[in-house]
Design a protein around this ligand. Structure first.
Ligand code: SAM
Length: 222
């Protein structure tokens, strides 16, 4: 099977199941126009995040890694009245573009974009007693994945869902000798999850317009 076929099937799924959406499409256009990298989740992945948030009846969502706010908007739309989403972003330009896109989607009263390195802003959230979050989506620098997972757990409760994107890395995750810090970061994440008795977890491989990668899903059980 070729990447071309994966992308074609992904497009077919998107065309069949995901109606065109002005705010999401404007978000991708504005992000591209501002020079942001095209590394947002795909439409089908965005919808999966939204469905998972709805399945756990999330009222409070934490996202680590905002980019232009594309996944943020998918997740923010899963929230009921009174729900809140906090998203952490290190790059000032990304945060500014995201704020514009989030406002364009009518979610500026629901979403709080926090600028700064996530490992600096996560302790602030803890000090503010910002948790527990019902769903945490980790999608920032992969080398810090295990630390983000620890924070997600700290800011969760039994029943919370922790999702981590890009955990297969075109298959490179199986290479224990990889010098790629992203691969090593993902491998540390698996070790951390495996050693953590308070979660029940798996990861699935994904293919589509974003190539070959994977998503880890951990349910906080204790
Ligand atoms: N979740 C976004 C989406 O699907 O639309 C994509 C996020 S993109 C893959 C990763 C983002 O994490 C980038 O915008 C990057 O600037 C941000 N980032 C990288 N390192 C970070 C850090 N240490 N703290 C917070 N954000 C970081």
């Amino acid at each position: 099977m070729s990447e071309k076929l994966w992308a074609a099937v992904d497009q077919y799924i998107t065309d069949a199941l995901l109606p065109s959406d002005a705010a999401l499409e404007a978000t991708l256009r504005a992000s591209h126009a501002a020079g942001l990298p095209a590394i947002a989740v795909s439409p089908a992945q965005g919808k999966l995040l939204q469905l998972l948030a709805r399945l756990v009846s999330a009222r409070r969502i934490l996202e680590v890694g905002t980019l232009g706010g594309y996944s943020t908007i998918w997740l923010g739309r899963a929230l009921p009245e009174g729900g809140r989403l906090i998203t952490l972003e290190a790059d000032p330009k990304h945060a500014e573009v995201a704020r514009g896109n989030i406002a364009g989607a009518g979610l500026d009263k629901v979403v709080d974009v926090r600028l700064g390195l996530a490992l600096d802003t996560l302790p602030v959230l803890e000090a503010e007693k910002g948790g527990p979050f019902d769903l945490v989506f980790i999608d920032a620098d992969k080398k810090s994945n295990a630390d983000y997972f620890d924070w997600a757990l700290k800011l969760s409760r039994p029943g919370s869902l922790i999702l981590v994107d890009n955990v297969v890395r075109r298959g490179a995750v199986v290479d224990a000798d990889s010098h790629d810090p992203n691969v090593q970061g993902v491998r540390r994440l698996y070790q951390r999850i495996a050693a953590e008795p308070r979660v029940s977890a798996t990861a699935i491989q994904t293919v589509g317009v974003k190539g070959y990668d994977g998503l880890a899903i951990a349910l906080v059980t204790g």
